[in-house]
Write a protein that binds this ligand. Structure first.
Ligand code: HEC
Length: 108
């Protein structure tokens, strides 16, 4: 696992809260259901993909629904990844259940 400092995790949590990510996403099931659950996003997507989403200057919308184009700096993106890594490593007793992606793989 990549080494992250607690300071980064805290900065990432502040970015999470001050940018209304929960207006569209959930973490541990809390938030809105417009966009993917992010508790295990580091495991699911990997750091590079997440940073591309967060630093994008245009709306990220691989399947039509649009994310806000935050255009975060690399440092801010790293802080958010640290927050997601920390969240992803908490013991959630199996939550969220692993989705079956096969049914969505070819849908646009
Ligand atoms: C206006 C709604 C909206 C807001 C607000 C929003 N997002 Fe998103 N986000 C999306 C959509 C839509 C996607 C793309 C989903 C897809 O793959 O179809 C996305 C994708 C992502 C992904 C990749 C998830 C995956 O499983 O592929 C990450 C990580 C992410 N957003 C983080 C954030 C963070 C962090 C914030 C707050 C700083 C945020 N989002 C705010 C709508 C939003």
């Amino acid at each position: 696992m990549k080494k992250t400092s607690l300071q980064q995790v805290i900065r990432g949590k502040h970015l999470w809260e001050s940018n209304n990510c929960m207006g569209c996403h959930t973490i541990m099931g809390e938030g809105a259901y417009y966009a993917p659950e992010l508790t295990k996003v580091v495991e699911r997507r990997g750091e590079g993909y997440i940073k591309a989403v967060l630093m994008s200057k245009t709306s990220w919308a691989p399947r039509g629904r649009k994310m806000v184009a935050y255009g975060f700096s690399e440092e801010q993106a790293n802080d958010l990844v640290a927050f997601f890594t920390w969240i992803g490593n908490t013991d959630l007793n199996g939550f969220p259940p692993k989705p079956d992606y096969k049914s969505t793989i070819n849908s646009k």
